[in-house]
Design a protein around this ligand. Structure first.
Ligand code: DQA
Length: 151
């Protein structure tokens, strides 16, 4: 499968940013890990990161006809970006939302995701492994349409 991995604002600072919450491994190491995971499953993973809402929206639009699935950590946009929600609804590429930390153990504003309703599902609190878990889910359901991904 062809995966597009999208990471939102501040995730480029993984390894330096609040390591007690997000760990000590860098964004670059995350991308290498996901590319290696994909390759081990006869797949590819392209990593995209932006600190801008518009950049993420354009990456979602650009996934049409190019990728089989999106794995996305929208960062703080998760909690308020209706524009990213609409972008996900506008394309027929299925997406799983991932959060490195367990957002439900954190501040109240992180408990709500406005983007998750347009996703197949959401994974949180499993660290970098969450991205692999999302890819593994899609791999287990290859050849299934967006509508029936949940089954
Ligand atoms: C995050 C959780 C968000 O609340 C936060 O704004 C992030 C990272 C996570 O991966 O745990 O930037 O999405």
């Amino acid at each position: 499968m062809k995966f597009l991995v999208i990471n939102g604002p501040n995730l480029n600072l993984l390894g330096q940013r609040e390591p007690g919450i997000y760990g000590e491994n860098t964004y670059e190491s995350l991308c290498k890990r996901l590319k290696d995971f994909a390759a081990a499953h006869d797949s590819t993973a392209e990593c995209f990161q932006s600190n801008y809402e518009g950049g993420i929206i354009e990456a979602i639009h650009g996934a049409r006809g190019k990728y089989d699935a999106i794995v996305m950590n929208p960062g703080a946009f998760t909690h308020y970006s209706y524009a990213i929600l609409d972008a996900l609804k506008a394309v027929d590429v299925p997406c799983i939302e991932v959060h490195i930390s367990n957002v439900h153990q954190r501040e109240e504003f992180r408990h709500k995701s406005v983007t998750a309703p347009a996703c197949v599902g959401q994974i949180c609190g499993l660290g970098f492994y969450g991205y692999e878990a999302a890819m593994g889910y899609f791999l287990s359901r290859e050849n299934v349409t967006k509508e029936s991904f949940r089954g």
